[in-house]
Design a protein around this ligand. Sequence first.
Ligand SMILES: NC(=O)c1ccc[n+]([C@@H]2O[C@H](COP(=O)([O-])OP(=O)(O)OC[C@H]3O[C@@H](n4cnc5c(N)ncnc54)[C@H](O)[C@@H]3O)[C@@H](O)[C@H]2O)c1
Length: 360
Amino acid sequence: MTLRFALVGCGRIAKRHSELLGHRQIAGAELAAVCDVVPEKARRIGERFGVPSYADMHEMCRNEKIDVLVVLTESGLHARHVLELAPYRKHIVVEKPMALTLDDADAMIRSCDAHDIKLFVVKQNRFNVPVQKLREALEAGRFGRLVLGTVRVRWCRTQEYYDQDAWRGTWALDGGVLSNQASHHVDLLEWMMGDVESVFAKGMTALVDIEAEDTAVVVLKFRSGALGVIEATTAARPRDLEGSISVLGERGTVEIGGFAVNEMRTWQFAPALPGDEAVLDEYSVNPPNVYGFGHQAYYEHVVDCIRTDKQHLVDGLEGRKSLELISAIYESIETGQEVPLRFAPRRCRLGQPAQPGNDA
Ligand SMILES: NC(=O)c1ccc[n+]([C@@H]2O[C@H](COP(=O)([O-])OP(=O)(O)OC[C@H]3O[C@@H](n4cnc5c(N)ncnc54)[C@H](O)[C@@H]3O)[C@@H](O)[C@H]2O)c1
């Protein structure tokens, strides 16, 4: 049986999703319909792939035979849309970040559970070939005691990028580099290094005029006792430089670099195992763009989990976990204090409606 996917939101990232589903690049999946409140955007994608297009997601859900709804709307609207769509009892894939507040994330998880549907959060970088290989080494215990984990995002997003849509860089609908571009890397760091005990962060808006930060640095302490560093900026000029992760343990070091955590740069362990010397060649894949190759493997995972009713790798609870960490980082930037986790926000502005005087 082929699963029928329908897109809610036909903006920039919908191009990637529609190409994979519309060109039948995912075995067992096809594009069924698309919608956008801007009808022209939906029509363009609908016509390209020969599927019906709608301006209203409810009308699409009532008229079409759909197995999975894919929510690709502005980040601050994900929660509202998932809550409105869950009663149709179709599985839901939602782009990252799943929501901007922990209350919203909790409501989404509860609603999908209540309607007995799966909630998938897109974290395609977890499926990058070198990232999977790193995870395999961790699960095999090859690092021994973990010492240090670092992620670095040095991308270029100019004023022109932020100006193309009013929601970008706003607290209410997007946040800054941490909640948007670096949310993948924050997720990867926690996935590899385990639960976080506390964070201390500084942020600033360096080179563009937006509400939220374009540059931040974070020091983390993990429950394991290891330390971590996040360096995230969209103020790299004149072009993207890197998206990387390094994990250092008492018996080995792995570094994955490239633009999108896609290139194995260092793979060294003592003791070494047969095959270690080939890893740099075999597990390095250059991405065509900053989204990487992961969306394809991600969708294959979604199809597999639905078909076999398997537990999926990035569900609502996993999506919530990185949101909790990002919210704690924002709280630290606001308060100037080290923030412990588990965590309930007091001063974090992410996802809060604009208020007079509530500027960056
Ligand atoms: N995984 C990744 O690497 C990746 C990359 C880029 C963007 N994203 C995420 O994808 C989401 C969308 O980003 P984008 O750059 O495509 O934004 P965008 O502004 O280009 O697209 C969002 C679209 O949603 C539409 N929309 C809003 N409300 C709607 C509704 N009720 N029904 C139907 N359509 C509606 C808008 O009209 C718009 O066309 C964001 O959450 C972003 O963080 C993820």
